[in-house]
Design a protein around this ligand. Sequence first.
Ligand SMILES: [Fe+2]
Length: 475
Amino acid sequence: MPAAAVPSIESRLGFSTLDQEVAIDELELSGELPSWLRGSLLRTGPAKFEIGEKRMRHWFDGLAMLHRFTIERGRVSYGNRFLESRSYRAAREQGRMVYAEFATDPCRSLFKRVQTLFSPGSAMPDNANVNVARLGERFVAMTETPLPVEFDARTLEAAGVRPYDVPGQITTAHPHLDRASGGMLNWAVKLGVRNRYRFFMVGRSSRDRSEHRLLASLPVKEPAYMHSFGLTERWLVLVEFPLVVNPLALALSGRPYIENYRWKPELGTRFTLVDRLTGETVGGFRTDPCFAFHCVNSYEEDGEVVVDVCGYPDAGIIEDLYLDRLLAGKPIQAAALTRYRLRVADRSVSREALADVDIELPRINYGRCNERPYRYVWGVGDGPGGWMERVLKVDTTDGSAVSWSQPACYPGEPVFVESPGAVDEDDGVLLSVVLDATAAASFLLVLDACSMSELARAEVPHHIPLGFHGQFARS
Ligand SMILES: [Fe+2]
């Protein structure tokens, strides 16, 4: 298991508010961009960590800002804008926190808390600071509440309409692509007299609700906190870690959302396979307790379902990411690239570590390899100075790793973009937004995804707080 690392003092800048919104036609560029690279990297992440007198408590709480890096004819333009969610608008207009976040609550009555949970249309937060997804020609910012926010990829303005309905109160910001239809697969927790996990698909092409389908519905007593899920050619893969919630507590406890979840290691880690076409479920896979935010990839091989995750020994990582701990330089658990093999015939589960390095914010050559056997994972990991200091490439076949780093630089999720006509899985570039603490500014880093050598960087005139996820949209 890789050792815990501490965030360096310099990385604190990554958790400080960015208020400035800009649109810049051409960033200062060094190096050379591949001539084939054209399109926009669209990212979301927290950018405002206080509202009035109220300070956010957790990294995941900050108000969302969108960032756009557009690469065209060897030049890079940039724009950023707060996501005009109703959480953001209410905060701006009232000068106080109105909607609850992951680990920070405004003052609310019991009635308001219950209303938030059971009437998502009126009272749920929609601070979509986790991920961006493309749905046909539309773009949506997402978080774990059922209120995705559609936005204009050019201006970053919110569209003011809900792009689709989510059949529940809790969902993930890590949908998968349905290759056959171009639609989006995801799940939600439907809370009620009987709670259920619901897998659903959203059509790609229009707002036509007839394209939206419920794929499966599974009863659950205490839903697990799950940030993502796996997908193979046949199966949706639900990975339930033993961090679970009594739904009544969500409504009645008075605690912030995530603090209602309880670690129950006696439950172990449970896997359920759900047939994508029929909704048939195959459960009964159980192994030792662990926790993960991110499923890296899943596929079927020789009667087994392989599920790779960035695994932690327990859910302490959620505690580690409270802002007071990050700013105090407390140790942060490391994630290990972990492979589970589920043998369908006898429901046995085996587990192995794929590499001896820590890795988070994982990306793969998704278009080619998702649902299929694959070789490479890119992500961020700890460096000699502390937490989140390297961009990593890990070879899952032998555990070897290659990395890029620079002193006092803190890279974000590396997004893989495949070269046209690529033969090899790693033939392409990585795009990562890097915080340079020495310059008190960020830059877009372009790496050769094969060698991990730097090709180019484009300098932004301000710092960009450390964020989570984004997508590259080709143009
Ligand atoms: Fe994530």
